[in-house]
Structures are given as C-alpha cells and as structure tokens.
Design a protein around this ligand. Structure first.
Ligand SMILES: Cc1cc2nc3c(=O)[nH]c(=O)nc-3n(C[C@H](O)[C@H](O)[C@H](O)COP(=O)(O)O)c2cc1C
Length: 414
C-alpha cells in the first residue's frame, strides 16, 4: 500500500510534498502553521481575513484603533455606508502580515495566502485589488482565491509585475463554477495554476446550499477532471474536505489528484491560532455537535460546533472597528437582524440574535468554532491525559502522519 510520500506535487518543474494546509481565517492558519508546512516541503496558507486586526495582534500596530477613532461618531447609527477602509492602511497591514511571514520562510515549500471575495469591505473591488496587489508586493508565493466566484479577480492584478510568475489558484465546489471562472479569466490570457476542489465536508463556509449532503467530493473531482481532459487543460487538481488520513489522500492521488488540501487535523496543532481551551472543545466534540447552519451573514452555509458561544449572541455590530462583511452599499444582514431584535426588545441589555451572527467580532474573538465534518475524530489522533484533556499536537507530527502513514492508520504523538 502506498503513502502520500510516494507522490509529488509538480508546479512546472518544481516538486513539493503534495500536502497543502488550507487557509483558515481569522488567523487560525497562523504564519507559524503555514511556515511549518513550507519547512516540511509542502504548501502552507495564511489568510488575509481581517488583516488589520491580525497585523495589530502580531506587530502591535494600531490599524483597528485608528479606524474606530475615525468612525466612532457612527457607532450607534444603523447606516454604515460611511464606514470605509483606508486603502493605504489596508495595503500596509497586508504587506506586514505577508512580508514578515515570507521573511521567516525556510525549507523547500511555499506560502500562499487565502483571499476571500466575500470579504466585501464596503468597497468590494477596490479593497480586493489592494489586498491582492499588496500580497504580490510582499512576495507571497501564491494567492488562493476563495469564497466567491472571483470572475473579475484576475483582471484586478493583471498589470502587476508578478501577475504571471506568482502562483494563482481558485477554490471551486462545482464544475460549473470552474467553467465560469475559466471563461472569464481567459481574457487575461492566464489560466489558474491550480484548482482546489472543495467538497461538502470541509470547514468554514461551504460552496453548497443546505442540500450539501447530496454532494460528494470524489464525484465532483471526477467531473472536473473529465472536463479538463476534454478541454485539453492541464491544471493540477487539489481535492479538499474530509481527507482525514494519509490513506484518504492516497486514494485521491492515485486517481490523478496533484495534491490534497487539508485543514481540520491542524486545528489542534500547537502552531494553530485557536486558543488551547477552544482546541479542547474541538477534541471533545461528538458527531451530533457538528452542525451546518445559515447564521453567517455571507449567505453561505457554514459548519461549526453547536456549542460555539457565537450562536444566538446578540452583540452590537462593530463595523466601525471591523466591517469586513459590509457589502457595496454598507449593509450586512447581521445589522438588519440585530436592529430587528433591538426594536422588539427595548431596554434589554444583552440581546439574543438567532438567525445571523456578527461574524467579524465572533471570529476575531474565537467565539465561532468553525470546523470540518470529521472534527469528532480528532480525539482519535492523540492521547487523553490524566486530567481528562487531550494532548495538543505539533504541526510537524500531523504533517508527517499525512505524509507517511499507510493502511488508514493515524500515528499517535510520542
Ligand atoms: C477552522 C477552519 C477555518 C477555515 N477557514 C477558511 C477560510 O477562511 N477560507 C477558506 O477558503 N477556507 C477555509 N476553511 C476550509 C479549509 O481551508 C479547507 O479547504 C477544508 O477545511 C479542508 O477540509 P478538512 O478540514 O476536512 O481537512 C476553513 C477550515 C477550517 C477547519
């Protein structure tokens, strides 16, 4: 029986261990985690979700404070259309986060940034352009376009000197989404360098409706592979979502996948950004405590632990400080839900908002515990300690287990 190490991901003439750690916002896939993947010869992702906040935490900058100071007068106003990002500061924060990560890179692997279109930031096109251009300026090895169709994203960076040499990839959950993307980007005379095919068992937002159970990753990968073959397009395919063991990965690699993208196993790595008490919740989770719901204001279903403190919490929208989900008109569906509850419950100190969540604040505070479907198996990947808690793992241990394990086995830490 083969193991992942019997395969290599080829980007042109360059070879990598075919393991990509997926982007996990907000700073769950930290620089430290991505750097480990690169050091071990694979691909790591950081994320540019809420990059001003992430930069403040990492480098003691004051991007969030500055924005809040500028718009403080608007905090109680339900109209958030005035709350805009300073594009210069956004570029600076992105360059800091990515540039410092690239400086620290060791080993033969690569560092990519996960860039979500759904972070519309009250000026979708302008902010996305700045985020992508600043990422290229900062020397990132590649950009993975996520959470959206990204039909215009390539054209936003077409004039950048690194447009043709940086790796550019896209995450899709259907053949149709890929066809639309390729039809649009063909105008820039540039194909994606890789396509991540994300199935319905992934963590974070899902590219499916609430009927996600009707889909399966292997079928979607096979459809996309057949279409690429018929079109004579040779683009590496990277399945993601529910690939829990090295042997799960081998099954895809033997069927022609170029690599796999994985994330859930790394949520319990020491280098991961989740606080340790939250990691213990991931370890403890049982299958019936993992739900897909519609509380994300992005409109995509999202998978999370049903115990997440964010669920039902009715905090005041914090768009003056954050505001990453404000659409082109300065609206966010959480604001609508919050105001409805505020009107219905005058004088109530702590509101409960059930249908939507303030995703920015909740993700920033690690109160929304998004996770992959197989999170309930994490307890089987480590030791239970005498005090009842579970032993947190090193990213290297998890990476090596994916790379070298056979026969559906999972190696426990030493
Ligand atoms: C905690 C967590 C956060 C995630 N956040 C993002 C994200 O911000 N952007 C994104 O494109 N995918 C996100 N994902 C999806 C992963 O990058 C990855 O494609 C997927 O989870 C792989 O499946 P697995 O978790 O079953 O290994 C997230 C996944 C997890 C577990």
């Amino acid at each position: 029986m083969k193991c992942v190490d019997d395969f290599r991901l080829m980007f042109g003439k360059r070879e990598f261990v075919p393991i990509m750690i997926g982007g996990m916002g907000v700073d769950i896939s930290t620089a430290g985690l991505a750097l480990e993947a690169a050091r071990l010869g694979g691909i790591g992702h950081i994320s540019d979700a809420m990059v001003n906040t992430v930069a403040d935490r990492r480098f003691n900058t004051k991007f969030v404070k500055d924005k809040l100071k500028q718009f403080k007068f608007n905090v109680t106003n339900i109209d958030k259309s005035i709350v805009k990002f300073d594009l210069g500061q956004l570029a600076e924060a992105t360059k800091l986060h990515i540039g410092k990560t690239m400086e620290a890179k060791r080993g033969a692997g690569l560092i990519f940034v996960n860039c979500m279109e759904k972070l519309t930031m009250n000026a979708p096109k302008e902010t996305l352009r700045v985020r992508m251009q600043a990422a290229l300026d900062a020397g990132v090895d590649g950009i993975t376009l996520a959470a959206g169709l990204h039909l215009g994203s390539f054209s936003l960076i077409e004039d950048h000197p690194r447009f043709r040499d940086a790796m550019l990839g896209v995450i899709v959950s259907s053949l149709r989404a890929l066809q639309l993307f390729i039809r649009k980007t063909v105008r820039c005379n540039r194909l994606p360098d890789y396509v991540v095919v994300e199935g319905p068992l992934a963590g974070g937002h899902l590219g499916f409706g609430m009927d996600w159970k009707n889909y399966d990753l292997a079928t979607i990968v096979a459809e996309i592979k057949a279409w690429l073959h018929a079109e004579k397009l040779n683009i590496p395919l990277i399945p993601a979502g529910g690939i829990f063991t090295g042997s799960d990965a081998v099954a895809y690699l033997e069927n022609g996948a170029s690599a796999v993208q994985v994330a859930t196993r790394f949520t319990v790595a020491r280098e991961c950004g989740l606080p340790e008490d939250v990691q213990q919740e991931y370890f403890k989770a049982s299958e019936d405590e993992i739900e897909v719901n519609q509380i994300s204001p992005t409109g995509y279903p999202m998978r999370m632990l049903s115990k997440s403190p964010a669920i039902g919490d009715g905090i005041r929208p914090n768009c003056e400080a954050y505001g990453y989900l404000l659409d082109a008109n300065g609206s966010c569906s959480y604001i609508t839900s919050y105001n409805r509850e505020l009107d219905a419950n005058p004088g109530v100190k702590r509101l409960s908002v059930k249908d939507k969540t303030c995703l920015c604040t909740q993700m920033r505070n690690f109160n929304l515990w998004t996770c992959g479907h197989y999170t309930y198996r994490l307890k089987d990947t480590t030791h239970k300690l005498p005090d009842g808690s579970y032993q947190v793992l090193s990213a290297e241990h998890i990476f090596n287990d994916y790379q070298f394990s056979k026969d559906n086995k999972i190696a426990l830490p030493g």
